[in-house]
Design a protein around this ligand. Sequence first.
Ligand code: URA
Length: 268
Amino acid sequence: MNMDNKALLEWQLAAGADEAIDSTPTNYFTIKPHISNENTSILSPQIKVFAPAPQITTVNTPLHLSPTAASSAARELANNCSSIAELEDALRKFDGCAIKKTATKTVFADGNPQAGVMLIGEAPGAQEDMQGIPFCGASGQLLDKMLLSIGLDRTKTYISNTIFWRPPGNRQPNETEIATCLPFVEKHIALVSPKLLILLGGTATTALLKKDQSISRLRGKFYDYNNEYLNSLIKTALIYHPSYLLRQPLYKKQAWQDLLLIKHFLEN
Ligand code: URA
């Protein structure tokens, strides 16, 4: 493949075009619709893009659910789970989030659910998608160093994400994906019931705290997190996402201050 083709493919991936429908390209603009007596559709059968979607066999929820139906199906499944193992099992069988189809693995969680500290990131990247473990790539290495600087590691924390499948091309998760995963995330937090919740970056913060401001505006203090599964509020800290810090190392100073606040909270 020459460099131009590679760049084009990367651009298409970044734009969300992550699957080819046919093995040979078809220029749909050159095909004229014709009306046939046998066919009640005004579209030529050649226009495959409008053909009914193939039947997808799923264990649980079909991939072609509307966004609202997908998040209702997720909510119903989450409502019925009474342990982390049940929730993980329900999530692995859930096929209502379209990016599951392009992902290699479902990335559920890592660490110790009894630790009392739960971290929520954004979504799996390429490494996480291959290994099925959250934060096992470059940003995970930085996260481990950040945790270690305040005496924490994966035996003393529990780590998950806002989205359980890698968005194609590592793009940011969209609103539908976030809304579809949210019932699982909310139930996950309630089942873990941590003393402290730490949200890594903007996606987790907007999804869970419903705050639109940037982390730079919101950081430096604790928030009370609530959701429909909780009986009491959970103290919540926000820190810059480690992949942001890899791109913008100048913000490590503020991240360090936030880590010290977290350390102080945990020691008192
Ligand atoms: N970034 C995240 O937000 N989560 C991961 O698991 C990996 C990278």
